[in-house]
Design a protein around this ligand. Structure first.
Ligand code: AMP
Length: 400
């Protein structure tokens, strides 16, 4: 089955066509600057990358351009759109109601809409992408795969905040967690790769990218995760602060005369390693280079990032009363040996031994711990598009 996987942001859209039998990507690309001017990037596997500038006032025109590129007689990979049997959409927030991937109908769209408040940047764009596909490819099944759904198995002791219950009852204020598609894919693949017993396994997944989160996966199910009501909680990220004393917000709002919306913009966009490095940047390649040249702020940013990851790993070992495997994934987890080494330097008490030679590798699946390590540590590239494709095929096949 050929599946179109779509990931819509407010002004961008990433797409892939995946053949579910071979699990190979047949074409991929993105639309950028939707609502501004518009640019399509299209690349058939094994072919040249093409960039086309064209007006894209809405996601409708963007998806139409993607479909036109896919059936272009010269460079397209499809003879007709009929070859696409289903569309899988990444959706940020499914709230507490949508606890698994599902075929999209009006009731699913209503819940995605109800969650606009919880995912104000992503959920409206996700819905626009869904409606554009429904309009342009009528009759094809559309599947929603939520960033939040894998985390719905967390127990209340993990997801409840210790604030008055009326706020939970009235507004469903709780930890939801994000990057769930990645945590699910990577924890499952870790269990397979290491030959663990899916029903008796303790895995910690550290998804370290520009956005970063970590999860405790007990017997294949999420027991806890670091992001919260929104992706701001938890680890230090590229530009997000992660955990901090909430009283900082009142103090700064009062002293800097800024409102809470501006404060949250600062915590989301101007904080994290970007801030700790004195605004040098949020890309770990730049930070590492600067640190090697003696820049102390860049060194602090990397140290603080790794320290926070190590502290979360320690707390999740406690949450699961042990750990069989720790997996690094995401742009930093897959590529930055320096960061992995710093994180693991705190975890010797778990009997973790690192294979320094293996830690030089990047961007592939490999075992990072040495043969005598008590806990296995691996690197495993995430593949959220493939995970979305797999869920889409499973649901569409079952519905036939
Ligand atoms: P992601 O959000 O998962 O795509 O991760 C993006 C981040 O991965 C970038 O901002 C970099 O900080 C980091 N990254 C990518 N490649 C490397 C590399 N070779 N070395 C260090 N960090 C990297």
């Amino acid at each position: 089955m050929k599946v179109l996987v779509v990931n819509c942001g407010s002004s961008s859209l990433k797409y892939q066509v995946i053949n579910s039998e071979t699990e190979e990507v047949e074409a991929k690309g993105l639309c950028e600057r939707i609502g501004i001017d518009g640019r399509l990037v299209y690349q058939p596997t094994g072919g040249e990358k093409e960039t086309t500038e064209a007006p894209m006032p809405t996601h409708n025109e963007a998806i139409q351009m993607v479909l036109d590129a896919l059936v272009n007689p010269k460079t397209g990979i499809l003879k007709s759109l009929d070859e696409i049997e289903a569309i899988g959409h990444r959706v940020l927030h499914g709230g507490a109601k949508l606890t698994a991937s599902c075929i999209i109908d009006d009731s699913v769209k209503a819940v995605i809409r109800e969650c606009f408040d919880l995912g104000p940047l992503h959920n409206p764009a996700n819905l626009m992408g869904i409606e554009a596909c429904q309009k342009l490819m009528p009759g094809k099944p559309n599947v929603a795969v939520f960033d939040t759904s894998f985390h719905q198995t967390m127990p209340p002791k993990a997801y409840r905040y210790a604030i008055p219950t009326k706020y939970y009852d009235k507004y469903a204020i709780r930890k939801y967690g994000f990057h769930g598609t990645s945590h699910k894919f990577v924890s499952k693949e870790t269990i397979k790769y290491l030959g663990l017993d899916p029903d008796n396994s303790k895995v910690i997944v550290a998804h370290l990218g520009n956005g970063a989160s970590i999860s405790a996966v007990l017997n294949g199910k999420c027991a806890d995760t670091s992001m919260g009501l929104t992706p701001l909680e938890g680890l230090i990220m590229g530009t997000r602060s992660g955990d901090l004393d909430p009283a900082v917000l009142e103090y700064l709002c009062n002293h800097e005369k800024i409102d809470i919306t501006e404060m949250l913009r600062i915590l989301n966009k101007e904080s994290g390693v970007f801030a700790l490095s004195d605004n040098l940047g949020s890309d770990f390649r730049d930070l590492e280079d600067a640190m090697n040249e003696g820049n102390e702020a860049a060194g602090l940013a990397i140290d603080a990032f790794a320290y926070r990851v190590a502290k979360y790993i320690g707390s999740y070992v406690a949450a699961m009363n042990g750990v069989d495997a720790i997996t690094f994934t995401g742009g930093i987890g897959e590529n930055a040996g320096l960061v992995r080494g710093k994180v693991l330097s705190y975890l010797g008490y778990l009997g973790i031994q690192i294979d320094e030679e293996a830690n030089k590798k990047r961007g592939e699946t490999f075992v990072l711990s040495s043969a005598d390590s008590k806990v296995k540590v691996i690197v495993l590239p995430t593949n959220e598009e493939l995970a979305i494709c797999r869920d889409t095929v499973e649901l569409v096949t079952a519905a036939k």
